[in-house]
Design a protein around this ligand. Structure first.
Ligand SMILES: Cc1cc2nc3c(=O)[nH]c(=O)nc-3n(C[C@H](O)[C@H](O)[C@H](O)COP(=O)(O)O)c2cc1C
Length: 272
């Protein structure tokens, strides 16, 4: 028997199994990806959406204030909530709260470069501490009861040096997927995202779900990222600003009969 939520979203298999492979996912964008924006993206071809980051501590200490970042509508499903924090206990407890709120998955932010976040040991600061990153992921997996994903950058300092170690720690902890935005924290948003690191991550963890992110701007870029890196899914952020239709256009490129034909239908990249 289908629940009302399942029936509304019309993508029952996805919710139950939460298979991220072959998906076009809206990136979390603080101050932008609210429930209205996310719903419009879902209606225009995004396969899954995420809230902006919310503080795990804030959710536990000031639930009413933090919950406004975590409002969602049934029609957004599958929808994940993103948390940041530096304490495994707090992240675990907050992840359980996220499940109780009805989200389909929880994402842990290990890439935010902003000092307000890294200063407390959260976000990109965790790229310098794979052991703590693993403990945080393990606490979330233990408590959440829904799939847990982690979003990282390629390193904390100048060099992209820690993403493989952090990915190993969080995969060992049982997370379902890792998203890599291949810029370092010190790069902030300068330069280009170096997709070769997404390829390196996929080669290191061939059986795991890797979501590529960064500078996917044109419809053909999603197909190009998959072809160049072997990533399993693509996350799109800034390109959706003012152009919600980009997801449909990307899908057309991915399933185009010529050129990058059928990338999402290739073995191991189920389009389901
Ligand atoms: C305004 C803005 C807000 C962002 N907020 C978040 C956030 O809350 N959580 C997060 O993990 N990343 C955040 N990001 C990073 C994006 O999710 C994404 O990783 C980055 O923009 C690269 O992808 P893109 O080139 O497709 O935009 C933010 C980026 C921007 C520009």
């Amino acid at each position: 028997m289908l629940s009302a939520a399942d029936a509304l979203c019309g993508n029952v298999r996805y919710i139950r199994r939460m298979d991220f492979r072959g998906k076009l996912i809206l990136a979390p964008l603080a101050g932008i990806t609210d429930t209205t924006f996310r719903l419009l993206c879902r209606e225009n071809g995004a396969d899954a959406v995420l809230t902006e980051m919310a503080s795990a501590k804030g959710l536990l200490m000031q639930p009413e204030r933090t919950r406004r970042f975590l409002e969602f509508r049934e029609e957004e499903r599958p929808v994940g909530a993103q948390l940041f924090g530096a304490s495994p206990d707090e992240i675990g407890e907050a992840a359980a709260a996220i499940r109780a709120m009805g989200f389909d998955f929880v994402d842990i932010n290990m890439g935010c470069p902003v000092r307000k976040v890294t200063g407390g040991g959260a976000g990109a600061a965790l790229l310098s501490n794979p052991v703590l990153a693993g403990e945080i992921a393990a606490a979330a997996v233990r408590r959440a009861g829904i799939p847990v994903t982690v979003k990282i950058r390629s390193g904390f300092g100048k060099d992209p040096d820690s993403y493989l170690d952090v990915a190993r720690a969080v995969f060992d902890a049982g997370v379902s997927a890792v998203t890599l935005h291949p810029r370092t924290r010190s790069q902030m948003f300068s330069g280009l995202a170096d997709w070769s690191h997404i390829g390196a991550l996929k080669r290191e963890f061939p059986g795991r779900v890797i979501i590529g992110n960064g500078d996917v701007r044109l419809p053909r870029d999603a197909a190009r990222m998959i072809a160049e890196t072997g990533c399993d899914a693509v996350m799109v952020g800034r390109a959706a600003l003012g152009n919600l239709w980009i997801f449909q256009a990307m899908r057309s490129e991915l399933f185009a009969p010529a050129g990058q034909a059928g990338l999402l239908a290739a073995p191991g990249r189920s389009a389901a």
